[in-house]
Each structure stands twice: as structure tokens, then as C-alpha cells.
Design a protein around this ligand. Sequence first.
Ligand SMILES: [Zn+2]
Length: 157
Amino acid sequence: MRIGFGYDIHRLKEGIPLVLGGVNIPSDRGCVAHSDGDVLLHALMDAMLGGAGLRDIGWHFPDSSDEYKGIDSRKLLVRVNNIISEAGFRVGNIDTTILLEKPKIKDLIPQMQQVLSSLLDIAPARIGIKAGTNEGVGEIGQGQAIAAWAVVLLEEK
Ligand SMILES: [Zn+2]
């Protein structure tokens, strides 16, 4: 088996939608990005690709390409799952942490688990999603950014 790790951060801006783990989050601000800015899925995809030794999402889906402008990151996650599957791996389990000052997202975590469960075809119990604040410290603490970390166990098929 293999272990993969991923990290992502996006700047927040008022008046754009916030999407985390494939779920629309009620918020006055969202992530500035070439895609839909789903920081959790981006960290997760980097962990999956990294664990398989297959570079990162920027290499597979360059932000210079119009093909990926505003793209739903769930579509990219399915593609990444296919890429690692072709390389002989499947996801064993996932653990992630999201740091954001607001809004509180703990009630939406089961929904995110369901989304990831159906996209990756693994049980929700194999998907860890934790959310916390940055205790008011730095850009994340001031509500200017959201960051996410992901660790993935890949099993050989
Ligand atoms: Zn990103």
C-alpha cells in the first residue's frame, strides 16, 4: 500500500459561491480559483496523485487551460480516481482537515462524506473530514483564506 499527502489554500472573496467537499456552503464569500475552488477536493486529489507517484492536479489539469475554467471539482476527482485506478490503485481510506474561520460547517460534514463516498465508491466510514478555525490567527483566522490537508491510503488492486 501507499500513503499520499495533499495541501491546498485559496483566498476568499465576497460575493462568490463557497463549495467544499462538493457541497454548496451558505457563505458571504467563496474561494478565488480557476476552477470552483473546492479546496478540500484539491488537497484530496493531490494526495491521491502523490501517493501513486503521479505528480499533482496542476500537472494533470493546468489552470492555463480554458477546459478547466470554473470546472466542478467533483468531475476532476472522478478523473483522478480513474487515473490512479489505471495505475493499479484504489483508495483505502481518507483523512482530511479543513481550516476556516466561518461559517461553521460541522453540520454539513455528513453530506460531504456522502458526496465523496459516491464519487470514490468507498464507505463513508472510510472518509474522515475534520473542520476547525485558526483561532483568529493569520489570513485564515481573519477570514481571508481557507486551507485543507488530506492524507490518503492507496491499496494495490
Ligand atoms: Zn485549489
